[in-house]
Design a protein around this ligand. Structure first.
Ligand code: SF4
Length: 450
């Protein structure tokens, strides 16, 4: 079978698609680009994105334009939450929920022989099995995303993830070690530890996230390690202090805030106050002044008045963050927030989003400019033949651009950060560049790592 895959949503979904892809290849199927003609179209969906249903329909329609006779299989968070709705989309042959996501390969024959759409969705609230996944093994990237945790036991009032992914569960510490050893053998230069609620990691024997960090630190692997995103109440002083002196963990943290107003945080049922967040951010910046700090913020949450929003703005102004991911609140079905009083008008939500995105842009430019004159480590990722430049990221999440031939080896290089040009910082290498045979070079467009 020729199978085309498309992934929506977060990096966790990408690593899960990679694991499904590998299983399909081992079963003898051919993976083709989504833009090519295929026998099966597999869409891995997300429930967090606004208009998940519209996105899903759009992708299915796009795939069917190229492959009108293909069987469509939909999996992922949205499939778990709205199976009937998805099964009614023209062309959909199967809807596969989270617990059966990794057995798609086994089901292909059954799906293709079925006359009507099939739904394979189990109850998720009692799921106990952890399905590990990672990108790598056969893809051409320099970075591997390793999922070590899934699910969430929190009950943030805006969030559908616990209903889509079930309770918190995690990869045993020994499996993390084995995966990292394999990743090292495969020659990756960076690993991103991923999870839904990473800081709530619990190993088989009760190990916590700090134990994962300590274990990796002791391994001293031949790649750098990035923590994808971690809740502020779980980012302890101990973890921050360890990262600040680590040769393995990079000085880049992404810590959701969601609101700078204590009232709004309470209504969101978040587990920290603005003061706790500020203390954490202060510790990060005092122990790692060159660190990047990324923050998620939701604007327009029900009951968020102009005064609450201004509290968020002034709170953020006092925090040494380097970029924001701003989400405009949208009602998600069956969440407590969707029926709360004080829904904010859509134009007001949009204006607040614009304001925070503008603040984010200013901070990112300031951070990039402030890094000029420093020496960092860049891993080249994507080559643009029109400019003759490679782009990539430094360990502290500065987006950089390096002029070099297309045959540059994609490995870490020490570079001097020179000056900002458009959205990237131009760099010059301080060590000889290494090149490969042109025929071995995968050309990638790799600006996705925001
Ligand atoms: S911590 Fe809150 S926002 Fe994050 S997945 Fe859990 S419930 Fe959702």
């Amino acid at each position: 079978m020729r199978i085309a895959l498309h992934t929506l949503g977060c990096k966790l979904n990408y690593s899960e698609t990679a694991t499904i892809r590998e299983d399909l290849v081992q079963r003898g199927h051919e993976i083709v680009p989504f833009s090519a003609e295929a026998d099966v179209l597999l869409v891995n969906t997300c429930s967090v994105t606004e208009n998940a249903d519209i996105e899903c329909r759009k992708i299915v329609r796009r795939g069917l334009r190229t492959s009108p006779n293909a069987s469509v299989v939909v999996t992922g968070c949205y499939a778990q939450l709205q199976p009937e709705e998805i099964a009614s989309i023209d062309g959909v042959k199967a809807v596969i929920g989270m617990t059966q996501k990794f057995s798609i390969g086994e089901k292909i024959d059954e799906i293709l022989s079925s006359v009507s759409p099939r739904i394979y969705v189990d109850e998720i609230s009692t799921a106990t099995v952890f399905n590990g996944s990672r990108t790598g093994r056969g893809d051409s990237r320099t970075r591997s995303f390793l999922k070590i945790q899934d699910g969430c036991d929190y009950s943030c009032t805006f969030c559908t993830i616990p209903r889509a992914r079930g309770p918190a569960r995690a990869m045993p510490l020994s499996s993390i070690q084995q995966n990292l050893e394999s990743i090292a053998k495969e020659g990756y230069h960076e690993v991103v530890l991923s999870g839904i609620n990473l800081g709530e990691y619990r190993g088989e024997n009760g190990e916590r996230f700090i134990d994962v960090v300590n274990m990796i630190e002791e391994m001293a692997p031949p790649f750098r390690v990035r923590i994808s995103s971690i809740e502020p109440n779980t980012l302890t002083a101990e973890i921050i202090d360890l990262i600040s002196v680590s040769q393995t963990f990079v000085p880049h943290l992404h810590v959701p805030l969601q609101s700078g107003s204590a009232d709004v945080l309470r209504d969101m049922r978040r587990r920290y106050s603005p003061a706790m967040y500020a203390k954490m951010a202060d510790r990060v910046s005092s122990s790692m002044p060159h660190a990047a700090l990324g923050i998620d913020v939701i604007v327009g949450f029900p009951g968020e008045t102009d005064a609450h929003f201004e509290e968020t703005v002034s709170f953020l102004e006092g925090i040494p963050f380097t970029y924001l991911h701003v989400f405009t609140y949208s009602e998600r079905e069956n969440t407590p927030a969707s029926t709360m009083h004080g829904q904010v008008d859509i134009p007001v939500r949009r204006l607040r989003t614009q304001r925070l995105r503008a603040l984010s842009q200013i901070r990112t430019i300031e951070f990039h400019k402030g890094q000029c004159g420093s020496r960092r480590v860049m891993i080249p990722e994507g080559y643009d033949p029109t400019t003759g430049r490679w782009d990539g990221w430094t360990e502290n999440h500065v987006y950089v651009s390096l002029e070099a031939p297309s045959t540059l080896r994609k490995r870490p290089y020490s570079v001097d950060l020179l000056y900002m040009e458009q959205d990237a910082v131009r760099v010059s290498p301080i060590e000889p560049l290494e090149f490969t045979e042109p025929s071995l070079l995968p050309i990638l467009n790799h600006t996705e790592f925001q």
